[in-house]
Every structure is written in C-alpha cells, then in structure tokens.
Design a protein around this ligand. Structure first.
Ligand code: DGT
Ligand code: CA
Ligand code: CA
Length: 567
C-alpha cells in the first residue's frame, strides 16, 4: 500500500459524499488526502509510530479509516459508497470540468463509468441531449477529454517530490560511502513536473555504494544494478537513476545529466564548431580531456558563462550566454515576503496567529493574508463585514508582530467582470489578488474581456494564478494573453506566480514572455495551512525559470515599499 493509493481512496470518499450532498465531510477528506500525499514518509510507518493523529487534518474519524486501510487494505465506507457510485473517480479527477455531481448525472442517465464510456457517449453526441448539459457543454467536455488523453499523467509534481528527493540525497551522503552526492535532471532544473529522479555520485567504492543504495528503505524494486549505473523504483511512485562517476568527470556528468536534452545538444554543437568533443565524461581535444571537473570549467572552455540550472531549457540561454547578456536572475533568499496566504477565516486550515507564526519560522518578513471573497461560497468567502473585522484584527496583530501582515483578498471577478466587493473596502486593502474561479464555461473572448474589465478598474494589484490550469487535471483557460498582458502593462497590474504544486501558474515560459513586456510579478505559496509556506520556494523557482530579476519581483521589496504599490 502506498500513500498515493490511500490518498486516492480518501479523494474517492470525498467525491462520493459530495454526490450524497453531505456538507463538510468532503472537504475534510480532501484535506486529509493532501496531507497523506505530501507527507514525505510512509503513512504506515507514521501509523506504527503512533503518530497518525498528530498529522494535520487527520482526526478520529478519518484516522480510523486510515487505520482500517493500513490493517485490512479496505475502507468499509468506501466499499459501501462505491456500490452505489461505480464511477472511476480517480481518473476523472485528473480531467477538467466534470465534478462529482455532474459525473453522477452522466452515470445515472447514460451509464458512463469511465473515460472510455465518456468517449463513446461523446461520439454518439448523447450528452448534449441531457438537461443541464447542452451542445456547448458537450463540446467543452470533449475539449477537456482530448487534453486529458494527451497529457502524461505519470509525471510527478515537483512540489510533492522535492523534499523526498533531498532527503534521499542526504541519506546517501550520510552513509559516508560517497565523496559527492548531487541531484541532477529535471529536479535540479526545478521543472514543475518530474519524470524520474537522477542522482550523481562520486565514490571510492562503487560496489559498496550501490549495495547501500539498493538496500535503502525508499527502494521498492531494483530495475538494473551495476557499478556505474543503477536504476530503481522508489516507494514514492517514481524511479531513480543513480550514477557513480570519476572525480575528474563529475562536472561534465553533472552538466550532461542536468540537461535538458535540447540544451545539451546545442552545447555539443558549439563544442564541435570549436574542434572539440563534449560528452558526459568531459570536453576533449583529440583524446585529451581539457575540462570536466566542474560545470563552470565545461561552460568556460566552450566560451560560455555558466547559468543556473533553472535556465537550461534551450529558451535562449545559450545565445545570451555567448553574447554576455545573461540576466542576473533573482535569488531564493531575495524573496522576503509571501503574497498569497489563506487562513481559516475562509478555506484555510489554520488561524491567523498560527499562520503568522509559521511565516516567521519560514524566515519571511511579511505576508499578505488573501482570503476568498463572499461569492466563492464553497471556500467560505468573506463579505464586507467579515473583512472589516478581520482587517481590524490584522491591524492589532501588526502592532506586536515581527512578521508584517498585509490586508489582502483573493477577490472573485464576477461573471460580468465586476468585482465581488465594494470599491470602498478594496481601496483600503493592501493587496488585492483578482481571480477567476467561477462561471468559466464561456468563450475565450468573453473570458478575456471579463478579466480585462476587472484589471481596468485599477483596483487589482495582481492577477491570481492567471491561466487557472491544474497540472494533469485541467487545461489553461482559453484567455488571449497578448491582450491580458497589454492590460496589465497599461494599469501597472502584476501577474501572480502561484507556487502551489499542481498550479505552478503562471507557467515559466509565459513568465518570460510577460517579463519581456515589462510586467512585474508577485509570488505566492497559496498556503492553506502552516506547512504550505514551503511552496513559496517553488514560485521562486518558476520566476527563475522565467528569467525574472530582482527588480521584476515585488516580493523582493521591503514591507514599507510593498505598501506603496497601491498608494
Ligand atoms: P524527466 O526525467 O522527464 O523529468 O526529465 P530529465 O530532464 O530529468 O530527463 P532524463 O531523466 O531522461 O535525463 C536526464 C538528463 O540526461 C537530461 O536532462 C539530459 C540528459 N540526457 C538524457 N538523454 C539524453 C540524450 O539523448 N542526449 C543528450 N544530449 N542528453 C540526454
Ligand atoms: Ca529525470
Ligand atoms: Ca533519468
């Protein structure tokens, strides 16, 4: 049993309870599922240590279900519900647009249980005949299904594997069998999703090193084992290549196995044009190795400046390096504030004081508390009165708090582009994230006009998670981003980079485009509980992958300067 299998069961229960019309339980089950997914340790180990109930969001009832599953491989609640709702929820969750309630209608009226059934019903154009669906809705479902069928859902979210990968690296290093241990591949480039882990080591005793690796408790199966390369399946549900190389070739190997592939291909062409040969063992002139010990040495001998791994996506970094025009991208420690944080006043799990304490522990100097606004009822959005009360509480807390708190809101942009709260209140807010969450089933042009109308009010500081994509789950909104960027530029409105693992939104390639147009950005973890502040690092990674410099990111400003954004 893996954490993932358990989380899937919990999500299933949430979906089925939602169909039953149960009020709060679905949320609780989803929260618990996310806790299990991002745990970083095996849930059965946590259970054995008697620490199950200490986990965030896991109380008596859900804890009981988890215990039952660990002991018996079943959850009776799931079995019972599933008899009534024999739907492949777990696959449908990865697809945009069909929530549990709509799935149930399709199941009851057309007998659709899985993606295959859905495909057939679409071919026969049966869905448009259902009340509450119609032709437009059928086309939307088809589009989402096509997107789903094209995506590789086997890739893992970086935000859910990075700590696991770093622990694996540290565990290897602690063995004392390796002189060097480094993470390479897409994880080192901080790509939003990871296919497999790549780890690179130097060791005097490769045999003992590989023995140690294959016996680690994270290793589930050995795929191939050799002294130079070993591949295994990990308990986190992904595989890992570990390579042991010579000290003299470590830099060249690290460069090669960091990639990406297109970046490497271009580098090799440059080597050839200089009469040299580049591979994972070094840079060679004839048979003599002339570089390879460090990455910097490899780049230098090819006439290039080294660039951070995040930039190595063949997006112009090699050309910029050759012409000495590489920007100095923002450093992780230059991000001093988090500009997207929820509390339990809306849909967060923890209270204001707890979130502020956690922010202080995370080393932040300020946070914007951006709870949902009234129209987002599923998230317990706040109306004007509740915001006024909360803002007073924030003013009071600010008097004694080391971490400064900006009074913010994640504001619904309504169907007609108007704003969900009166402008009088908004003018007194320190940070307004404008967001599209509801009524998204409209054409791209309408949607674009709606967002631009909101931006043009001048009341929005930053556009929250602009594409609204969820990785492996739903496609980006069909917005016209040329127009959106123009509107942002004109109004000096920021774009957000939301670092929550499945959002990672704005995506890095679009970040780079918007930067070229002079747009600035705000970064947010989109924290819903105390342990989510770690996702700010992922937002920063996307900023770096989009070539942002310190001046392009408002989270590098001091608290007193960030307040001036709206003045
Ligand atoms: P992933 O695992 O799909 O998230 O992405 P990567 O980038 O980690 O790719 P992976 O694990 O297949 O290979 C690690 C690195 O090794 C990759 O970034 C570049 C290098 N590499 C792999 N295959 C080739 C190749 O055929 N040619 C060159 N030049 N480099 C390669
Ligand atoms: Ca990889
Ligand atoms: Ca690999």
């Amino acid at each position: 049993m893996t954490n993932e299998e358990l989380a899937d069961k919990l999500y299933d229960i949430a979906d089925m309870l939602e169909i039953e019309g149960v009020q709060w339980e679905p949320r609780a089950y989803r929260t618990a599922a996310l806790t299990v997914l991002s745990l970083g340790a095996d849930i059965s180990d946590v259970y054995k240590q008697g620490k199950l109930m200490e986990l965030e969001g896991i109380g008596k009832s859900i804890g009981g279900s988890i215990e039952e599953y660990i002991k018996t491989g079943h959850i009776e609640k799931w079995d019972k519900l599933k008899k009534k709702y024999n739907i492949d929820f777990s696959t449908f969750r990865k697809m945009r647009g069909l929530g549990p309630k709509r799935l149930y209608v399709l199941y009851k009226k057309l007998g659709i249980k899985d993606v295959n059934d859905l495909k057939k019903a679409l071919e026969k154009q049966e869905i448009r005949e259902l009340s509450g669906f119609g032709k437009k809705s059928e086309e939307e479902i088809k589009k989402n299904l096509d997107f789903f069928l094209q995506t590789d859902v086997s890739r893992k979210l970086l935000g859910l594997v990075i700590e696991y990968a770093e622990k694996l690296r540290d565990d290897l290093a602690k063995s004392g069998l390796f002189e060097k241990v480094e993470i390479a591949g897409s994880t080192r480039r901080m790509k939003e999703t990871v296919g497999d882990l790549d780890i690179l080591c130097v060791s005097d005793n490769p045999k003992a090193g590989m023995d140690y690796f294959t016996k680690m408790k994270q290793v589930k199966d050995i795929i191939v084992k050799g002294d130079k390369k070993t591949s295994v399946d990990l308990d986190a549900g992904l595989s890992c290549d570990l390579r042991i190389v010579e000290k003299e070739e470590f830099g060249a190997a690290l460069q090669y196995f960091t990639g990406n592939k297109e970046h490497n291909v271009k580098l090799r062409k440059i080597a050839i044009s200089k009469g040299l040969k580049l591979n994972e063992y070094g840079v060679f002139k004839g048979k003599t190795r002339i570089a390879g010990k460090s990455e910097a040495e490899v780049y230098k001998i090819l006439g290039l400046e080294i660039m951070p791994p995040e930039m190595r996506e063949n997006m112009g970094e090699i050309e910029a390096s050759l012409s000495h025009t590489l920007p100095k991208i923002i450093e992780y420690n230059e991000v001093v504030g988090d500009l997207h944080v929820h509390t339990n006043d809306s849909d967060g799990a923890d209270g204001l004081e707890a979130m502020v304490a956690a922010a202080e522990k995370a080393g932040l100097s300020y946070i914007a508390v951006t709870n949902h606004s009234q129209n987002l009822r599923v998230a317990n959005g706040l109306d004007e009165d509740r915001f006024r009360v909360l803002n007073k509480k924030i003013d009071k807390l600010n008097e004694k708090s080391n971490v400064k708190i900006l009074k913010g809101v994640e504001l619904e942009i309504l169907k007609d582009g108007s704003l969900d709260l009166p402008s009088g209140l908004l003018k007194n807010m320190d940070f307004v994230l404008g967001a599209l969450h509801q009524n998204l089933n409209m054409g791209g042009e309408e949607l674009t006009d709606r967002l631009i109308k909101a931006i043009n009010t001048g009341l929005i500081t930053s556009v929250a998670h602009p594409t609204d994509r969820l990785i492996n789950q739903r496609s980006p909104l069909p917005l016209n981003f040329d127009k959106v960027f123009d509107a942002c530029e004109k109004n000096d409105t920021l774009l957000e980079i939301d670092g929550f693992p499945d959002r990672s939104d704005l995506p890095f390639d679009m970040v780079k485009e918007a930067k070229e147009q002079g747009i600035r950005f705000s970064l947010g973890s989109d924290s819903h509980r105390v342990d989510h502040f770690k996702f700010l690092r992922l937002a920063t990674a996307i900023a770096r992958r989009g070539w942002l410099e310190k001046k392009n990111v408002v989270n590098a400003l001091k608290y007193s300067d960030i307040l001036k954004l709206r003045r």
